[in-house]
Design a protein around this ligand. Structure first.
Ligand code: AVJ
Length: 320
């Protein structure tokens, strides 16, 4: 379909185009990481989660599995579990099984298809749990409206996957404050964070030997070509991921391998050899950093659990 026609029939293309042109017009070119997750990107991310090099997903699953009892004790009986960006709702299920008479589970996600499929799966596996699936963007106020008429139940927000790492410290502060603003004193937050560690381990996780992360990163260019009439030659860009110890984050970039011009929706974008598009940040926290962040945003850290190698942490904090 021609771009003009697509802009008429799919208004979200307009937003994508605006974000892309804006991101590529700055001194340091950037693209918002949320666009990594179209259907292909989400499938590639699932493959990343299975890689030996990408320790995050399996380490978090192990920590959850090994500490379900203690986590359930922290959460207590009759809690409503709210999961922003829940996706396929798989991570929560062992914990839902462990909890004492939970009052319900409220997954929030922008994808209605994924959410409704997940709701049906939970109804099958855990028929006693009331599922309140909510379609919406959890960074927007409207997605949380369903919580307002949820009576006096204790609420606990579940935010796994080191998703908080995608936000820079300022945005992370705003997000955690926003979460606590939807909760009351005594409610809780159960959140997973990747820990600061040896840069070789970190870089291997984001520059894996099977090149899946490379495909995941370059899929952004493929998307722009397909959806915005772009002409990126993905062979003329290289995937690069490195740990920046001062910023405490892994940065993902696409490096232009030569001086070149690319066209997107009729606009020309010029690249110098070696110039990069910054596509994602993945912030790493020490326990102390994260506890400070929690304390600054309305929580009292209560307990945390780590794996034996101390690669990853899950924290339980109470809203103060
Ligand atoms: C889904 C944001 C947690 O930052 O580790 C994985 C995304 N990017 N490999 C992460 C990602 C490259 C992932 N998060």
């Amino acid at each position: 379909m021609a771009l003009a026609q697509r802009l008429d029939t799919q208004p979200e293309i307009g937003e994508f185009l605006r974000d892309v042109l804006e991101g590529l017009s700055g001194q340091q070119k950037t693209l918002p990481c949320k666009y990594l997750y179209d259907e292909t990107g989400s499938r590639l991310f699932e493959q990343i989660c299975e890689l030996d090099d990408y320790y995050l997903t399996r380490t978090e699953a192990t920590i959850l599995e090994e500490n379900l009892g203690e986590m359930a004790t922290c959460i207590g009986p009759e809690a409503l579990i709210v999961e922003p960006g829940a996706g396929n709702c798989e991570k929560i299920q062992p914990l839902l099984e462990e909890l004492e008479s939970p009052s319900g589970y409220m997954p929030i996600d922008i994808s209605p298809e994924i959410l409704l499929a997940a709701r049906d799966a939970i109804k099958e596996r855990l028929p006693q749990i009331q599922v309140h699936a909510t379609v919406g963007d959890f960074t927007q106020h409207s997605a949380w409206r369903a919580l307002e008429n949820n009576g006096g139940d204790k609420r606990v927000i579940f935010f796994p996957g080191s998703t908080i790492g995608n936000f820079n410290p300022e945005q992370a502060r705003a997000l955690l404050r926003n979460f606590s603003s939807h909760l009351e004193a005594g409610d809780g937050l159960l959140i997973g964070t990747d820990l600061v560690k040896d840069s070789v381990i970190l870089e291997r996780a984001y520059c894996d030997s099977k090149h899946i992360t490379e495909a995941f990163n370059k899929n952004l260019l493929v998307r722009i070509n397909g959806e915005l009439a772009g002409d990126f030659d993905t062979g003329l860009f290289a995937h690069r991921a490195f740990y920046h110890p001062l910023r405490q984050r892994v940065e993902m970039h696409l490096v232009s391998l030569k001086d070149q011009a690319v066209h997107i929706a009729g606009e020309t974008i010029r690249f110098k050899e070696g110039e990069t598009i910054h596509t994602e940040n993945s912030h790493k926290y020490s326990l102390e950093d994260f506890h400070n962040l929690l304390a600054e945003t309305g929580y009292t850290p209560q307990k945390h659990w780590r794996d034996g190698q101390r690669h990853y942490a899950i924290h339980y904090a109470r809203v103060s």
